[in-house]
Write a protein that binds this ligand. Structure first.
Ligand code: ZN
Length: 585
């Protein structure tokens, strides 16, 4: 029977159900986790003997750059990235290439090899949504969705300035549906618009040119709108001043803005899988790639880690969740909607640089980058990414990412996991690093070693819960999607000092199961499963929406495309899966 499988005797780590390594069986029927299979079903089902192995829900990446215009710019501008990592075609799989920015096919295969089954594209410019969806549709193996970039949208800034919150809400709901995207992304609020004039903003109360809204206005406005509309995920925030020494303070102050705004995710039209832990978010803000927003010091001369200033705040407040943006060394391609931040890196490095302004909406920058252990700043950044995860006491407040490919490509996740689980792995790397890693960060004296249960939280359970997907993802509860990763790690015999074995196990899952089907086995793709694309479909007051649409149509005189060419039709999506929310109630 398709999508029916019995996974026997594994050590199961399912944090949303508080299962921490118990030996048990997981049964999946027709793609969903079930209590048991009948004798007849068992006879026909595929059976996997997972004894001595670690069993987790399929990995969930809540922030990665894998599809769309700027990712494609990264591919085009870097032929040197293609030669060093490529795969030949097989009867089942496409060929592909690209180390830090893989082609869409290769990206899907590589995620699947590591046991990941769900990945969210972190930045979709509205005008580039069609392109993003085309690339997501072509990315095999993984379920996907994307966040819509709205932090410097002309139209929205106008409504925010006028204080017309009802129309702003109608606009966001319409934009999500129009572009088939999932949540609100806010990048360098007010600053990216200023970049159109060669400027940035440097403080939370600095009004930008022409629109005269401040970063604070935008963060507050978008958080309120996010909760008014009842999105499944919190506001996804890339804070101001990214990549500048001393930026940790503005980051912490940005997190204070939504402190009094209560998380109010509405009930979407989904069946909820069983979970012991509350599967809904209680945070109103999701800070992304904290490491890049946690620089200390006042210049590159006295640069140091400022992570503790942020993690102290996060440890004592309940409204923030964040991902790390780790730096695993080696080749990366930095790409972000934060145009001025990438320009600053261009000035620092002189590397190839691409800069884009997406008319009336947002912008982006792309630049190849190599992180070196011998470089003082890079070595501190490596320590900082790990500090973000190790200093946050409650793993449910953090998510592991490399902001792929900004800190490094996602294929380095196994290496990051090894550093989190093994102090020896960290000390060995510290010994190879520039001495600033020791002197300018606190990592050297941090002895915490994450457990497999905590790794399951920061690589799947919390990523799914944070973005509102724990109704089906990040858990092995009854009713969850039958997405499972089985790793060659025996928790009873695990020696974390042998960290190479941890890296090997997480690089190539023994089995990746997607929808109850084995799709990857020890690094080899064995089946191409169906995939889904999530987006949020919010219903708002029809009258309000109509008035707003009249404004938008009028506003299109500033666009170079026609209004009718703006939306992304559902046919651009692989198996479109709307998360329906009624914001009228
Ligand atoms: Zn990012």
């Amino acid at each position: 029977m398709a999508g029916t499988i019995a996974i026997k005797n594994g050590h199961v780590f399912d944090p949303l159900n508080e299962i921490k390594g118990d030996r048990m069986d997981i049964y999946i029927r027709n793609g969903k986790v079930v209590t048991e299979l009948s004798a007849a079903e068992l006879k026909d089902a595929k059976e996997i003997d997972a004894s001595g192995k670690t069993v987790m829900p399929g990995g969930v990446d809540s922030h990665s750059h894998v599809a769309g215009a700027k990712v494609n710019v990264g591919r085009m501008m870097r032929p040197e990235d293609h030669y060093k990592f490529y795969q030949k075609k097989t009867p089942l799989t496409h060929s592909g290439c690209g180390y830090s920015v893989p082609s869409v096919y290769l990206g899907g295969y590589e995620y699947s090899k590591m046991g990941y089954t769900t990945v969210f594209e972190a930045a979709v410019p509205p005008m580039e949504a069609r392109h993003t969806h085309e690339e997501m549709r072509s990315t095999p193996m993984i379920d996907m969705g994307g966040y819509l970039v709205l932090g410097n949208n002309w139209f929205l800034m106008r409504y925010l300035k006028e204080g017309d919150i009802e129309k702003a809400a109608a606009y966001i709901a319409w934009m999500m549906r129009t572009h088939k995207t999932y949540g609100i992304k806010c990048v360098n609020p007010a600053g990216v618009e200023n970049w159109g004039w060669g400027e940035n903003v440097n403080s939370l109360d600095q009004a930008n040119i022409h629109f005269e809204v401040t970063p604070e206005d935008i963060i507050k406005g978008l958080t309120e709108l996010n909760e008014m509309l009842g999105f499944s995920m919190p506001l996804h925030l890339h804070a101001n001043n990214l990549g500048h020494p001393g930026c940790w303070e503005i980051t912490r102050d940005s997190l204070k803005i939504p402190k009094s705004i209560k998380a109010k995710p509405k009930d979407p039209n989904v069946e909820w899988a069983e979970t012991k832990v509350n599967p809904k978010r209680h945070e109103s803000v999701y800070l992304t790639h904290c490491q890049f927003n946690a620089f200390g010091g006042t210049s590159w001369r006295d640069f140091e880690s400022g992570v503790k200033g942020i993690t102290d705040y996060v440890n004592s407040h309940e409204h923030v969740v964040m991902d790390s943006g780790c730096v695993p060394f080696g080749d990366a391609t930095v790409m972000t909607g934060d145009g001025p931040a990438i320009h600053d890196l261009y000035v620092l490095t002189g590397n190839k640089w691409s800069n884009t302004d997406v008319e009336c909406e947002c912008g982006s920058g792309v630049l190849p980058f190599t992180y070196l252990k011998s470089n003082p700043v890079h070595s501190v950044q490596w320590a900082m990414g790990l500090e973000v995860l190790l200093y946050v006491k409650d793993a449910w407040k953090s998510i592991m990412t490399t902001d792929s490919p900004n800190g490094g490509p996602f294929i380095k996740y196994p290496q990051v996991i090894a550093w989190l689980m093994s102090n020896k792995a960290r000390q060995d790397t510290l010994n190879e690093c520039h001495k600033w890693a020791n002197d300018r960060a606190g990592l050297a004296s941090e002895t915490r070693e994450m457990t497999l249960n905590e790794i399951a939280i920061v690589t799947r359970a919390n990523a799914a819960r944070t973005i509102g997907l724990s109704h089906s993802k990040g858990s092995l509860g009854i009713g969850a999607d039958g997405d499972v990763a089985i790793y060659d790690i025996n928790p009873a015999k695990l020696e974390v000092s042998d960290y190479e074995s941890i890296i090997r196990a997480f690089e190539n899952a023994a089995y990746t199961v997607k929808g109850g089907e084995v799709v990857c086995q020890k690094g080899e793709i064995v089946a191409i499963p169906e995939k889904k694309t999530y987006y949020t479909d919010i219903t708002v007051n029809a009258e309000e929406e109509k008035k707003m649409i009249d404004d938008v149509k009028n506003w299109f005189k500033y666009y170079t495309i026609g209004f009718s060419n703006y939306p992304t039709p559902e046919k651009y999506l692989a198996n479109p899966t709307p998360i329906k929310i009624d914001a009228e109630v």
